[in-house]
Design a protein. Structure first.
Length: 47
């Protein structure tokens, strides 16, 4: 790192999951689980 301290050509990429499904580890249902819940109970409007 010391010999390259003046270089700034480092790039970073993050790939985030679009849907996470599973048991909640907290009291927060979470957006992904809420979407699945709404599909099951019919409260999610479909086009």
């Amino acid at each position: 790192m010391e010999k390259n301290k003046d270089k700034t050509d480092m790039q970073a990429v993050a790939i985030n999951p679009s849907l996470v499904v599973g048991e909640s580890l907290s009291n927060d249902v979470g957006t992904s689980n809420l979407v699945v819940k709404r599909m099951i109970d019919g409260s999610l409007p479909f086009a």
